[in-house]
Write a protein that binds this ligand. Structure first.
Ligand SMILES: [Zn+2]
Length: 220
């Protein structure tokens, strides 16, 4: 079942207040349409009931996929490394095997869903992405702003990422050999397996990758 909240939203066009129903929590097994809407960039659309103006309304969403054993909490622009929600911890205390993540933007929400549905290790993916972003920065001589996992092709031994580079944030595709990911998996297993035992929702992103790589370098 989806959980909804009712909120007054002020329309940016006509400035009138509009009572709007927002989905704040979803279990995708019961409501697969939400997953589809997220990937089609329709989920956060909002329409003013008074004047018909349409815009995006970014609001928190707890996305649960219990079958695939993960939950992703989207909290717009969240910067905290870890979110502990007492109510959720109590409610899901028997679900300690569930991987819990918090993300700050919708691209990261989509990325986590794809990775965790495919039983990939998102920590190893972040470490890999971080290493590859240095290669991209060198080969393009431009600043790399962000990068996202695109796909893994085991038959061709390749993993592909999309980065956004330069001041115009142009998309840049980079493929790598799977060995790079496997090496990252080894690092996570050896040094950071404890991270997943932390309570709450963890923010596993590029900042996390930089922090743990610094730790890892000190360990060697
Ligand atoms: Zn309006």
């Amino acid at each position: 079942m989806s959980e909804k909240v009712e909120k007054y939203v002020t329309c940016p066009k006509c400035a009138q207040q509009c009572l709007s129903e927002l989905i704040c929590s979803v279990n995708t097994e019961n409501d697969p349409a939400v997953r589809q809407a997220i990937f089609e960039d329709k989920f956060f659309r909002w329409k003013c009931k008074k004047c018909g103006f349409q815009t995006k309304l970014m609001h928190p969403l707890l996305y649960s996929d219990i079958k695939n054993q993960f939950m992703v909490y989207y909290i717009p622009k969240v910067e905290r490394r870890q979110i502990v929600d007492e109510r959720l911890e109590m409610e899901f205390s028997d679900l300690s095997y569930i991987k819990k993540r918090v993300v700050a933007d919708v691209n990261s929400l989509k990325e986590k869903i794809v990775l965790l549905e495919n039983k990939m290790d998102d920590m190893a993916v972040e470490l890999t992405k971080n290493a590859v972003s240095e290669v991209v920065a060198k080969s393009t001589s431009r600043t790399v702003h962000s990068g996202y996992f695109m796909d893994m092709d085991k038959d061709n031994n390749a993993m592909t990422f999309q980065y956004f580079v330069g001041s115009d944030r142009r998309p840049y595709i980079q493929s790598i050999r799977l060995e790079v990911y496997n090496r990252s998996l080894g690092i996570v297993k050896k040094y950071f397996s404890g991270e997943n035992k932390k309570s709450g929702f963890l923010n596993i992103n590029d900042v996390w990758a930089k922090e743990v790589l610094k730790k890892y370098k000190n360990l060697n």
